[in-house]
Design a protein around this ligand. Sequence first.
Ligand code: GLC
Length: 651
Amino acid sequence: MQNALFLSPEAAPLFEHTAAAVEPILEGVAPRDRHLFLLRLERYFQNLYDGLVPVYGRRPDFTDFVTRLVCAMARQYRDRPEELKLLDIERDLTPDWFQRESMVGYVFYVERFAGTLRATLEHLDYVAGLGVTYVHLMYVLRPREGENDGGYAIADYRDVDPRLGEIDDLRVLCDAFRERGISVCIDLVLNHCADTHPWARAAVDGAGRYRDYFYTFPDREMPDAYERTLPEVFPDFAPGNFTWIEPMGRWVWTTFNDYQWDLDWSNPEVFLEVVDIMGHLANLGVEVFRMDAVAFLWKRLGTDCQNQSEVHDLLQALRAASKIATPAVAHKAEAIVSPSDLIHYFGTGRRYGKVANIAYHNSLMVQFWSALASRDTRLMTHALGAFPPTPPSIAWGCYIRGHDDIGWAITDEDAAAVGLSGYGHRQFLSDYYSGQFPGSHARGAVFQYNPQTGDRRISGAFASLAGLEAALEARDEHLVTLSIERILLGHALIAGFAGLPLIYMGDELGMRNDHGYQKDPDHATDNRWMHRPRMDWDAAARRLLPGSVEARVYAGVQNILRARKRTPHLHATYPTEIVDAHNPHVFATLRRHPLGTLVSLYNFSEHAQVVPAEVLAGRVLRQPFDQLESRFLDVSSGEIVLGPFERVWLL
Ligand code: GLC
C-alpha cells in the first residue's frame, strides 16, 4: 500500500504484517479482487484494531490473534461467490442502501410463515407485493431439541434447523430474494449458545479449550457476588443468572434460560469463532445480521452486566471484520435498553458511526403503545424529543410489534417531566394491555411478572392489543373501524420515522392472538407464542375480498408503504425532529430535506383533533399536500383537522 491514510502509528505495523500474511491465501484470487480486499483491509483496519485493543490488546498473543483473524477474513473473501463480490462493490458505492425510503422490512418465523425454507419460495410474490425489500427470517439456524426459546438457543451456527430444510436451501432462498431486490437478515445469537452445542458438550467433558468458552464457577462465591447487581431477564421461568451443571460440577452463567449458556467474549477464540460463522453465513447470501441480545456480551462485577464499554468495542471490531471481508453485509443491534444506553450501539465518541448500522428503536414502540392507551402524546413527545442525535449513516429499526413481549421502558424522569408517576404509568399500561383496565380495548396478557419490581411485561398481537379482537367479538363495526385506524396509525408512524420500518408477519392483515400455543408442551409456559401465530393464508387471500377486515388493513398498509417510497424526505439520513403539535393528542414530526420539510401529524385519539396550521415549527403551511392520501388539505380556516387516529404526511 502506498499511503496508509487511515492508520495510526500503532496499527500500521500490524496492518503491514497481516497484509503480508494473507498473500498466500489470496494467491488464486483475481488480481483486481485481491487489490480490493487489501484496499478494504487498509481502509477499515484501524476500526478493527481500535475495537480489539481495549478487549484483547494486553494479551501476549495479540499479534498472532489479529493475524489469525485477518487470515480467516481473507479465506472468507477468497471463497465468496462472484455475485456477492459484485454486491460488495455495489454496497461500497451505495453505503446508504439500508437507509433508503424504498426500504421496507418484513419479519417472520420461516416455520410459521411457510413451513420450510423451500416452501418460502412459493410466497415471494406475497412478500414482494407488499413492497418489502428486506426480510428477517427467524429461527433458521439449528436450535437445540425441545425447548429452545423460539430458536434462540443455537446448537449449530453452520447448519439450518433440519425441519426447515438443508443449508443449501438457505442459499437458494437468499439468491431468490436477492434477485427480487430483497435482502435477507438472520439472527446471530452472540451472547449464548445452547447447552447442546458441541462447545458446551465439550466443556462438560472437561476439554480445557472449550471450558474457556463459557463462564463457569466451582462454587457460589462469584455467582452470588454477580447476582447482587444482576437483574433477571426471565424471572418467571428462569430465575437467577446461573445454572448448576451436575456432570461438570460447576455453575454456568445463563442470563436467559438454563439451557442458554453465555459465551465468554474475553476469550479471543470466541471472537474468532463468531467471525468465521459470520463469513460462512454471509457467503450463503445473508445480507444483514441481527445481533441478538448484544447488551449482555460483557460482564463486569458490581454492574448489571449490560451495555459495558467492551460490548461496543467488540461490535465495532465485528463490524469492521464484515466491512473488510463481506462488505455487502450490515449489522443490526438488538439492544432493548434505555435511550442513553442505546445510542452507543451506533457508536459515540471515538466509535462514532462505527458500531451497528441499524438498531431497534424500542422507545418508539413503547411510546406508541403508551400514547395509544392514554390518548395523550405529551410523554411521547417529551421522551422521543429528548433522544440524543444519531450519526447520519445509521437507520433505526422501527417496529410496533415483534416476536418478543413489550416491556414498559419509560423512565421515572421522563414520566415526571410531564407530570406522571413512572411507576403508576407503567402499572396503568400493564393493566390496560392485559385488558384489566376498565374500558380497555386491548386483549394482551402479562408476561414475566416480577414481584420485586412490580414489572409486568405484555404479550399480544398488534391487532389484539389495538382492539380488533374485542371489536370483532362484539360485532361492533364502529369499534372495528377504530381498531383498524389504530393499526394503520402504527404502520404510518414506523414508515415515517428515520429508519427501516419492520412489519411483523400478519400485522399487515390484522391477524390476532393465537391461543393454540398452550397445547404445545414446548411453548405452553411462554405466552409470547400468542403473538407468534402461523400465517393464516386464508386471511391473506381475503385481502383481495373488498370490504373484509384483511382487505382494509392490507390496503391501508400497502398505501402507507407506497407513499413512503415516493417521499425522499424519509431517507434515514434525514433525522426525525419531534415538535409540539399544540394539541396533547397529536404527535408531530419534521423531516428536513433539501427538497423541503415534511411535517407529519398523528392523531392518537378516537376524536377529531385540530392543529393550528401556522404554528408547526414556526412555518406556515399554505397549501399542504398529504403524501399519504395524495391530496391537498384545505387549511383556509388556519387549522388542520384530523379524524380519529388519522395521520398525514404534509409537504
Ligand atoms: C432476544 C430475542 C428473544 C430471546 C433473547 C435471548 O431478545 O429477541 O426472543 O429470548 O434474545 O436470545
